[in-house]
Structures are given as structure tokens and as C-alpha cells.
Design a protein around this ligand. Structure first.
Ligand code: NAP
Length: 252
């Protein structure tokens, strides 16, 4: 019997959950539990880390998982690497849903950097009003540059205190529109955006708005993830599910 573990935390994971439920799949949706406002979805759910590769291996065995769908965010590289390692050893089929990375249009003013540290390094030397659109996990790295004003956009309440002397947080959950992001950039008189190259439609709005307003962007490249099977659409994931090797009998 096919039993699926869906690693989530993205809009596409929630869409996949709906698609799996619609076809009556036996599937468990796993969240890291970083945000408090968990979106409602129709599958059985578990929340929290597995305890590294060994913990995930144990979980796959205990739950008799035959297929893992990794629909985590492209920057959730640790979870994805753990999934590759655990599935390999346990002989579980794995497919990752991977959004296409964004690439620049001619009018975009992007500086591409390899990681968070390089983004901090690439900040201007003079005080600047920055939209720091990177979520909440890596904010501390920017505390080294307190001369800037930082606008944050977070899903949950902002950390208190914020690690910057000049900052404001708006609490909002995507997807966003170009129009509303343009209004946000204008309201806060933003001069520079720092963002992750997440890909996807809803998070792209800020880049489209930046292009219209001529605002430069420091765009952080995705972290490397070990080689794995990848699907670029929800349909492709479902197709893989239907055609992946049939589950072997798992030892009891
Ligand atoms: P990460 O650095 O790759 O993962 C750190 C640890 O969190 C993992 O080793 C695992 O703990 C646990 N974990 C992550 N995703 C999990 C899941 N879906 N189910 C159960 N445990 C999970 O990931 P992250 O960057 O902290 O992201 C955490 C979650 O937020 C992910 O689900 C991701 O999709 C979502 N998210 C991340 C970003 C981002 O920019 N990083 C943006 C939007 C959404 P154990 O080692 O104990 O198993």
C-alpha cells in the first residue's frame, strides 16, 4: 500500500495536500511548526522536527511510509538534505516539488549574492531604507548593520525586541499582488529590497513592484541540495506518484 509523507511549509504543499486528499491518498502532512497560524488542510497532520536523519529514518519505518514528497521551501535545505539521505537508506521513493527560480527581466536592478552573509556584505555604506523580505529566521545577521532602516514582513508577530534600532514589521501572509507591494514600498519609502530567490508567483510581487519603481534588489541564491528527483508542477508530482516504483513490502 502506498503511504505518503508530505513535507510542507509552502503554498504548493497545501495545494498538493488538497490534490492528495481529492484522490483519497493515504498521506500525512508534516509541518516544521515555525509559524503559529497553520493553514487548514485536509490531510492527517504532524508538527515538529523528526530529530535529524536518524529520527526521520525511524519515522519512515514506524509509519510505513513508501513515498516522500518534499514540498518544503527552496531555502529549507537542511530538511531537504535529510529527506534525501533518509529515503536513500530506507529505500523510500522521494520526489521534490521545486519551483523555478526567478530570473531577471531587462529592467530589473538585481545584485545576486550567494547567501545571507553576502547579502549583509552587499548593503550600501550609507543609511538606506531597506525592505528585508527574508522571513524571520536570519534577521540577526543584519544587526551588524544598524545604520539602516529595516521594513520586515512576517507571518507571525515580530520578535520583541527587534534586533535593529530602526525597524518596523508588518504582519501578513502571502500571496501578495504587485499593486499592494508597490503601495507598501511607496508608503515606507523603500530604497532597496533584500530577498531570497524563492520562486513562485505570490512572493514575486515585490520584485515586479521594485522593477516598476526602479528600486534595486539584493537577491540571495538558493542553497545547494543533494541530487534528487524533482517535479516542477503539482501534476508532475502526481504523475510521479502514479508511476514511481511500487512500494516494496516493508519489514515489520
Ligand atoms: P530547514 O533549515 O531545512 O530545517 C531545519 C529543521 O526543521 C529540519 O532539520 C527539521 O528538523 C525541521 N523541519 C523543517 N521542515 C520540516 C517539515 N516540513 N516537517 C518537519 N520538520 C521540518 O528549514 P527552515 O528553513 O527552518 O524552514 C522550516 C519550515 O518553514 C519548512 O517547512 C519550510 O518549508 C518553511 N519555510 C521556510 C522558508 C525559508 O526561507 N527557509 C520560507 C518559507 C517557508 P529535524 O532535523 O529535527 O527533522
Amino acid at each position: 500500500m502506498t503511504r505518503i509523507l508530505l513535507l510542507g511549509g509552502t503554498t504548493e504543499a497545501s495545494r498538493l495536500a488538497n490534490a492528495l486528499a481529492a484522490r483519497g491518498a493515504d498521506a500525512i502532512f508534516s509541518y516544521a511548526g515555525r509559524t503559529h497560524a497553520l493553514a487548514g488542510q485536509p490531510l492527517a497532520m504532524r508538527v515538529g522536527g523528526f530529530g535529524g536523519v536518524d529520527g526521520l529514518r525511524q519515522y519512515l519505518r514506524d509509519e510505513k511510509i513508501t513515498h516522500v514528497i518534499d514540498a518544503t521551501h527552496p531555502f529549507a535545505a537542511q530538511m531537504s538534505a535529510h529527506a534525501v539521505a533518509a529515503c536513500q537508506v530506507e529505500g523510500v521513493e522521494l520526489c521534490a516539488f521545486e519551483r523555478e527560480a526567478w530570473s531577471p527581466a531587462p529592467a530589473d536592478r538585481w545584485t545576486r549574492v550567494t547567501d545571507i552573509a553576502a547579502a549583509v556584505e552587499a548593503l550600501p555604506k550609507t543609511p538606506t531604507r531597506v525592505f528585508l523580505a527574508i522571513g524571520r529566521q536570519n534577521l540577526q545577521a543584519f544587526a551588524a548593520r544598524p545604520e539602516h532602516f529595516y521594513l520586515l514582513r512576517l507571518v507571525d508577530a515580530a520578535p520583541d525586541p527587534l534586533p535593529f534600532p530602526q525597524a518596523e514589521a508588518v504582519i501578513a501572509r502571502g500571496p501578495f499582488t504587485e499593486e499592494s507591494d508597490r503601495a507598501l514600498l511607496e508608503t515606507y519609502r523603500i530604497e532597496l529590497i533584500v530577498a531570497k530567490n524563492s520562486g513562485g508567483e505570490g512572493a514575486r510581487a515585490k520584485l515586479d513592484a521594485a522593477r516598476k519603481l526602479g528600486i534595486p534588489v539584493i537577491l540571495i541564491d538558493r542553497p545547494a541540495i543533494p541530487p534528487r528527483r524533482v517535479a516542477g508542477t503539482i501534476d508532475a508530482v502526481l504523475h510521479w506518484l502514479d508511476h514511481a516504483a511500487p512500494p516494496a513490502e516493508r519489514g515489520v
